[in-house]
Design a protein around this ligand. Structure first.
Ligand SMILES: [Zn+2]
Length: 454
């Protein structure tokens, strides 16, 4: 059978320079959503680029949120939704960048700049792939829809509402999510969902003011109250013991365990990177992978109380606070975790521990046998000539549930990043060859999801 993608690949490879220049122009816009910078400008650029790629698209806003690009083209039995975001994280600390974050630079075959990996690279690569497909393979064999938002990096506050209002323009049979990475061994990866998150501040206010520590035997201490409350959340083997929380963790299916068994996990490499002798609770092998991918976390992210300066100060602190995050797996939700946490603390007499909710995001997880997952695996296999690594769930979080669970669209993720892409960090980058490969993989993915033979 002739390779229908030979002309597609040649077309894409011949345009490497042009493609990277186009991405660089987008990266040059400092679209930092946390600072509200260049949002309108970038939205207009992305809208124009999507229209040039053939999408009938508009910029939509709800409740004062940033512009979100929604569009459509093509026809067929199947509809694929492409989700990406055009905003980026702040570039700080600036002094750690080898070249300025918004002056994209090529070094040793990689393109450096804020947003190259997360997520302007995938956004642009996919538009280029759609054009290349139409130019070489033929008319699109399916309907494509796009959803490009501008506040993913600050919590996607308006996304759920936007999806509700524009549901009819977004419904699809499958969704390709923003990101994906080659792993540390250079293998392509495909992911089937994201963990959720529930981030809270816990605070205890004890005495009216800080007191002399000589009263420590008779006057309650906010720091001790907080430490005891925290100690009730997790035992020393690393098990989360918040009342009832683990009852909401879905038991892994046989298919889940099969995925985990097939998943490479470099335990020695992890220990080296983190400078540790062993994992929590002595976990190893399948148990370690199950904990990492399919169980929730409860992490003290920060602790503050009393005197932190040089030398000693004999003080009994009036206030103590902790920042705690829970990474969530189905069927936990941020609302459920907050109410379980409140009930757990209250039942132990910790009614003085105040909970202030921060960021919350539901988990979103999809089976490995959906058509969109099968198309992603087939496309990666055909592109890279090797079996991709399939993650049942990414350990990070994102607004997937607001789109895919709300509309019932099975999701999958793969992209142009690599294990050293430094998302959210200085010197963010993608390997240019990976970028070109993502365009190649994406063309094949459209084809496979439309049911066309490769
Ligand atoms: Zn990000």
């Amino acid at each position: 059978m002739p390779d229908v993608f030979a002309a597609f690949d040649a077309h894409v490879r011949a345009r490497e320079r042009e493609y990277v220049d186009e991405l660089s122009a987008l990266v040059r816009l400092p679209t930092v959503s946390a600072q509200g910078s260049a949002i309108a400008e970038t939205a207009a650029a992305v809208l124009g680029r999507a229209q040039r790629a053939g999408f009938v698209a508009t910029a939509e806003r709800v409740s004062g949120g940033p512009p979100t690009i929604i569009g459509e083209q093509g026809s067929g039995d199947r509809t694929l939704l492409i989700y990406d975001h055009y905003d980026v994280q702040p570039p700080d600390p600036l002094e750690e960048w080898r070249t300025p974050p918004f002056e994209p630079t090529i070094r040793d075959g990689s393109l450096f700049g804020r947003g190259t990996s997360d997520n302007k690279g995938n956004l642009m690569a996919r538009l280029q792939a759609v054009e290349a497909y139409k130019a070489t393979v033929g008319p699109l064999p399916l309907r494509l829809r796009i959803l490009f938002e501008g506040e993913e990096e600050i919590g996607s506050e308006h996304l759920a509402e936007l999806v509700r209002v524009h549901a009819d323009r977004l419904r699809a049979d499958g969704c390709i999510w923003e990101a994906g990475y080659k792993d540390a061994a250079g293998r392509p990866t495909v992911s089937l969902g994201l963990k959720g998150i529930c981030y809270v501040d816990l605070e205890v206010r004890g005495t009216a003011l800080d007191a002399h520590s000589s009263v420590g035997g008779i006057v309650p201490n906010a720091a001790w109250r907080l430490v005891w409350a925290l100690a009730s959340l997790k035992d020393e083997s690393g098990t989360i013991i918040v009342d009832g929380l683990m009852d909401h963790v879905r038991v892994p299916s046989a298919a889940d365990l099969a995925l985990l068994r097939a998943l490479p996990f470099d335990e020695a490499g992890w220990k080296r990177i983190h400078g540790i002798d062993g994992f929590v609770g002595g976990a190893t092998g399948l148990e370690l992978k199950r904990k990492y991918f399919l169980e929730p976390t409860c992490t003290i992210c920060g602790l503050r109380s009393g005197y932190q300066g040089q030398g000693s100060k004999t003080v009994l602190p009036a206030v103590a606070s902790a920042k705690v995050d829970f990474r969530l797996v189905p069927d936990l939700t941020p609302e459920l975790v907050r109410s379980l946490l409140r009930a757990h603390l209250d039942s132990r007499g910790f009614t003085d521990v105040a909970i202030t909710p921060h960021h919350g995001e539901r988990p979103s997880r999809w089976p490995s046998d959906t058509d969109v997952a099968k198309a992603a695996v087939a496309a990666n296999r055909a592109t890279y000539g090797t079996e991709p690594v399939v993650y049942p769930l990414m350990a990070g979080s994102g607004p997937m549930a607001q789109v895919c669970d709300q509309l019932g669209i099975p999701a999958v993720g793969f992209g142009s990043g690599n294990a050293g892409s430094a998302n959210h960090a200085p010197n963010e980058n993608i390997v240019i060859a990976d970028y070109i490969d993502h365009i190649r993989a994406f063309g094949r993915f459209l084809h496979a999801f439309a049911g066309r033979p490769m």
